[in-house]
Design a protein around this ligand. Structure first.
Ligand code: 4AD
Ligand code: MG
Length: 481
């Protein structure tokens, strides 16, 4: 009997064949003449119901039935038949069932149903065994596959940029240090010095990485640019790190970013590409994860399906930053007391409440806000010459429920303009010698963007907190598991 073909519950279909199902028990119901055991193997949400008639199962199975508990792993063999009850299409009419690993009901944290997501974060190693977190994991995996499929289909090359780097791409000083220094030796290390050579309190961390300062990357963009300026269209998809102390539902210290970079491209092509990519990915999830989406729609976000359908079928709105500010000012003037940050003017870095109002109320759509003030954006963004030098060719994509999902720009490809900007921002031009080489040797207009992958997962699942969109969330004070 052990030769029965293994079938995943997601693919279970009525057949004459003896098949085997392997998974974890969700519920056990014993009646007078038979037992019902719900088994979930992770391939889908509903799993399969195994029916065990006492008069036909083998003798050892009868012994096992008494020891079955929620959470134990089992191996069942039988035939997939049309379900007798109305709840599911098919069920397993089992001839045998064996416990593979026991699960004591008195200590298993998931023995009882219905736990808060907050509690589940404290058992991140077990939470994928819950419906919600398993569904997030399946949607996340589908999205990751769709992202690769989209870019590969468009002829983009996938490049892997380093995680350990000396460059602060965003210039926001949010980098984690990487060090080979022995913590015990720190007291005896040379002191850091200021520009005048005066000793400072801290250690000279320039020695961090065998003689060089080293950090965890905040973005793969700069590395991506080197390859776009050789391969044309590329994308990265990997972990990035931000050492910011933010306890929000939208920030992680470690998150994954998708960063396409395109040569001979401008801001409009970056927006077009981001829109096409999101439509393709959301379309894939609608097609492949219907059971999971239905669950999220029922328990987390009633309007989810309609919103995702709209992402696929309707063009995204595009709105200049200047106009966004005007709309916000008009709205805030109606009742400033409703806003946490009522002071909005040209130069304001939009807060989440502003972003969400634009996406949710003003436009009820994903919306690209573009042409941001130079003063609030990164050094590498291309000056908008048409706009009196006040703005740069930058865009953010704002979506309902989340706010900023994508941030991108056309890059400054003109050597002299870029160097001037870097000096204004007090960046050490020499540190970026290799980045400037891209402008020295065969420079081209190019553009790209970064998509926060966990924000996308949050958005597509309609869940509240980004900490539930990644298997092992890293946020201030949490690096367990
Ligand atoms: O807007 P950001 O900082 O842009 C960049 O890093 C550019 N270098 C990207 C590029 O042009 N190649 O980050 C891009 C996106 C944001 O829009 C947001 O979705 C996400 O990354 N993000 C975060 N996600 C989770 N936790 C954080 N702390 C995040 N910071 C940014
Ligand atoms: Mg941003």
């Amino acid at each position: 009997a052990t030769t029965a073909r293994r079938v995943k519950t997601a693919e279970a279909e009525v057949s004459e064949e003896q098949v085997s199902i392997k998974g974890w028990v969700r519920t056990v119901r014993k009646q007078k003449t038979l037992a019902f055991v719900e088994v979930n193997d992770g391939s889908n949400m509903s799993g399969i119901q195994c029916v065990l008639p006492f008069d036909t199962v083998d003798e050892d199975t009868m012994k096992e039935i008494d020891n079955l508990t929620t959470g134990c792993s089992v191996h069942a063999i039988g035939q997939i038949i049309k379900s007798q009850g109305g709840k599911q299409a098919v069920e397993l009419s089992a001839s045998s069932l064996r416990i593979v690993g026991e699960c004591p009901g008195d200590t298993f944290p998931l023995a009882k149903k219905r736990h808060s997501l907050e509690y589940l974060r404290t058992i991140a190693h077990l939470r994928p065994r819950t419906n919600t977190i398993a569904a997030v994991a399946r949607v996340r995996s589908t999205l990751a596959g769709s992202i690769h499929k989209f870019f590969q289909g468009e002829g983009f090359n996938y490049v892997q940029t380093p995680l350990i780097t000396a460059s602060d791409c965003e210039g926001a000083g949010e980098m984690f240090r990487v060090t080979t220094l022995d913590i015990d030796d720190v007291a005896s290390l040379p002191r850091a010095k200021d520009d005048e050579g005066k000793e400072l309190a801290g250690v000279d961390y320039a020695e961090d990485f065998f003689g060089k300062a080293a950090f965890l990357t905040v973005s793969g963009q700069l590395g991506g640019e080197t390859h776009a300026c050789a391969l044309g269209d590329v994308y990265t998809f990997g972990p990035t790190f931000r050492a910011e102390n933010s306890q929000t539902t939208r920030h992680l210290a470690e998150f994954w970013m998708v960063e396409p970079e395109m040569a001979f491209a401008d801001l409009t092509s970056a927006m077009d590409n981001a829109e096409a990519m999101l439509k393709a990915c959301v379309g894939d999830v609608i097609e492949k994860c219907d059971e999971d989406l239905e669950f999220f729609g029922k328990f987390f976000d009633k309007g989810l399906k309609a919103r995702l359908d709209k992402v696929v079928s309707k063009p995204f709105v595009r709105c200049e930053y200047r106009d966004a500010i005007k709309y916000l000012q008009e709205e805030i003037a109606k009742d400033p007391s409703k806003w946490q940050f009522p002071d909005v003017e040209f130069g304001t870095d939009l807060a989440t409440e502003h972003e969400r109002w634009l996406a949710e109320t003003k436009f009820d759509s994903a919306v690209f806000v573009y042409n941001y003030p130079k003063s609030i954006k990164a050094f590498y963004m291309r000056d908008n010459d048409e706009d009196g030098g006040e703005t740069v060719n930058a865009m953010d994509l704002l979506v309902p429920g989340v706010g900023e999902l994508v941030g991108g720009s056309q890059r400054e490809e003109r050597m002299d303009v870029l160097v001037e900007k870097m000096k204004e921002l007090d960046l050490d031009v020499e540190d970026y010698w290799w980045y400037l080489d891209l402008r020295r040797f065969g420079s081209v207009p190019h553009a790209g963007y970064g998509l926060g992958f966990e924000r996308l997962v949050t958005y597509v699942c309609g869940i509240e907190n980004i900490r539930d969109a990644i298997a092992f969330p890293r946020y201030p004070g949490n690096a367990e598991f």
